[in-house]
Ligand binder design. Structure first.
Ligand SMILES: NC(=O)c1ccc[n+]([C@@H]2O[C@H](COP(=O)([O-])OP(=O)(O)OC[C@H]3O[C@@H](n4cnc5c(N)ncnc54)[C@H](O)[C@@H]3O)[C@@H](O)[C@H]2O)c1
Length: 590
């Protein structure tokens, strides 16, 4: 068995309650707001080590963790049966809260079963005035869950039946935990031995220092959490299960045990609810401690100061708030609008462009829109080494990117025979190689992290619409489209979505920078002006493309034509390709 991550600098005390002795650890200044972290199954308080250190250190909070009864270094109730009811767990929480913060309500944070029991604390009347806020991760209220099931059984539309079956399949382990003796034998035997490996390989939990040596005993005891509570509460959920505290719900979208749909009806139970979503698997206290500490500290501060909770500003705030989004070609047009849309949704934004000033301006303007942080990076996406340096810097300073938008691109028009070899190289270097570098480097980090994410590549309607005017440009975009499809297939198993965005004519600066092969400088200027005028008349705003990009990430769409003409050509390429080819022959050259 591997070693426990020690809680560095923690002060320990024992709290006696209801015939058990709880092991309680404290970090940070007790005069500061108190955060109580409650662990899940089959864990102990050490699951929170990295989050706790950040909350007590840089965030300056008073952090309290305890081993739930029967886990870690807390003693187990005798007999076990009936010793783990939600009522008894509530007694334990109140005893800990009274010991560590007798005069002030505490901020509660729960993961997995720690969250399931914390929902009880946040909804029963006897804890009123003892809890200032509750942050919930991967553990629903059993009462809300019971009502969720009942609502779907009462009105079983195909969608609702699908939701029931989806969650039913994810709950396989709950049925097993209700069987007698079997879970205990498995945990003391092969499952207990291979658990660290399962966490590393399947859940991508980093390091070899987890779980605790007491795992087989903890896991065997913890089976009673399920047996003492799940069946009875799901069958007869309490009707008055409204939260009397503000709640922050953090949902990892790759959770193998809980469907996102489980929280669809939550607003009816929680009057003050903030939703956050994270590309991650189940064990986020170990895999995303930075992000969790930042969100918990923000929520604690908002509820200590009586300030309004972070308002959902943009339409996608609950989906992208706090996430790290990198956009290339962010200095202008579609890239800048996309950076702004993610900023409005509360994401942290890295604006990359070869034009340093334009990138800096985007980052500067993103902050007042709602981005908690925004950085500018002047990099040419076609420069392999510069991109490698950028990827190293971003990972070291800002973290692994959650959403990558490979958008930088250049235009080139003219007949095939007017394109020089240099022309081809330039277009392919930026439009295709830029995307390859982005996917390879940032996508590689995403895959290695193992917690999911999303890659958006800006292709174009030109990817599927042949033309006499854009042979190199269209070829580069067709390649981006196919690259996106291949990568989507490859990364699907790792929870990383890949989208190819295919806009038609969008009113951006690309018309004044696009090159025209085979003509002199004066003629090129004239054609640029004419194209700019035409695109201006068409007047499709880049903000609409940005909106389509955010929607595509939320829905994990594969190929997204944007603008009516892009959708028409996409349909034609599938159903009447001959007509599209004929159109290409008669289309005027720009
Ligand atoms: N505007 C359209 O009608 C349209 C249609 C379909 C697809 N697209 C694609 O959308 C993307 C964005 O185009 P836009 O219309 O917003 O153009 P734009 O010219 O307004 O913006 C492109 C940005 O990319 C930057 N850039 C160019 N080459 C770069 C490089 N090598 N490294 C880093 N940054 C670089 C530019 O400095 C600029 O800020 C491009 O890939 C383009 O091909 C545009």
């Amino acid at each position: 068995m591997t070693h426990v991550t020690p809680l560095k600098g923690a002060r320990e005390r024992r709290v006696h309650t209801g015939g058990v002795e709880l092991c309680v650890a404290e970090l940070g200044d007790p005069r500061q707001p108190t955060v109580v972290l409650v662990h899940g199954y089959p864990d102990s308080k050490e699951i929170w080590s990295e989050v706790a250190e950040r909350l007590a250190g840089p965030c300056g909070l008073h952090v309290v963790l305890y081993d739930v009864r029967g886990h870690g270094r807390s003693t187990a109730p005798r007999p076990l049966r009936g010793g783990f009811t939600l009522e008894k767990l509530t007694d334990d929480f109140l005893a800990v809260a009274d010991a560590v913060s007798p005069d002030r309500p505490v901020h509660l944070v729960g993961h997995d079963w720690g969250s399931v029991q914390s929902w009880e604390f946040a909804t029963v009347q006897r804890t009123r005035g003892r809890i200032a806020s509750f942050t919930s991760m991967s553990g629903p209220s059993l009462d809300h869950f019971g009502h969720w099931i009942n609502a779907r059984l009462r009105r079983p539309t195909p969608r609702r039946v699908g939701q029931l079956l989806g969650q039913g399949a994810k709950s396989w382990y709950v049925y097993l935990l209700h069987t007698p003796v079997l879970p205990e034998l498995a945990w003391r035997g092969p499952l207990g031995r291979s658990w660290p490996k399962i966490l590393r390989r399947v859940e991508k939990v980093p390091g070899g220092d987890y779980p605790t040596p007491s795992l087989p005993r903890d896991a065997a005891h913890g089976a009673w959490l399920y047996r003492d509570n799940v069946r009875s509460r799901l069958r007869r959920p309490l009707t008055d299960a409204r939260a009397h505290v503000p709640v922050q719900l953090i949902t990892p979208v790759q959770d193998a045990f809980l469907s996102e749909r489980l929280y669809d009806d939550l607003d009816q139970w929680v009057p003050r609810l903030v939703r956050r979503t994270l590309p991650a698997k189940h064990w986020i206290p170990r895999t995303r401690p930075d992000q969790l500490a930042a969100w918990i500290a923000e929520f604690v501060t908002a509820n200590e100061d009586g300030l309004p909770q972070p308002a959902a500003t943009g339409a996608y705030a609950d989906r992208f708030a706090g996430q790290l989004v990198l956009v290339t070609g962010a200095g202008s047009g579609i890239g800048r609008a996309t950076a702004f849309a993610f900023a409005e949704a509360g994401a942290r934004v890295v604006a990359v462009d070869r034009d340093a000033e334009a990138a800096a301006r985007t980052a500067e303007l993103a902050l007042p829109l709602g981005a908690p942080a925004a950085w500018a990076e002047a990099v040419d996406v076609s420069d392999e080494q510069a991109m490698e340096k950028l990827a190293e810097k971003v990972a070291a300073e800002y973290g692994v990117v959650d959403v990558l938008v490979n958008n930088a691109g250049i235009g080139l028009s003219g007949s095939f025979f007017d394109h020089s070899v240099e022309d081809w190289k330039k277009v392919l270097d930026v439009n295709l190689w830029g995307v390859i570098h982005g996917c390879r480097l940032f996508g590689g980090q995403m895959a290695e992290r193992g917690q999911g994410g999303h890659i958006v590549n800006t292709a174009s309607a030109a990817a599927y619409q042949p033309s006499r005017a854009l042979p190199a440009y269209s070829t580069s975009k067709a390649a981006v489209l196919m690259l996106s499809e291949c990568l989507r297939a490859e990364l699907a198993g790792q929870g990383i979505g890949v989208t190819a965005i295919c806009p038609g004519f969008v009113n951006t600066g690309i018309t004044s920078t696009a090159r025209f092969a085979g003509v002199d400088a004066e003629e090129e200027k004239r054609r640029q002006k004419r194209t700019a005028r035409l695109y201006g008349l068409r007047n499709f705003p880049p903000e609409k493309v940005a909106d389509a990009i955010l929607r595509a990430v939320v829905r994990n769409e594969a190929v997204v034509p944007v603008t009516p003409e892009a959708r028409l050509f996409h349909a034609m390429s599938r159903f009447t390709p001959r007509a599209l080819r004929r159109l290409a022959r008669v289309q005027p050259r720009l």
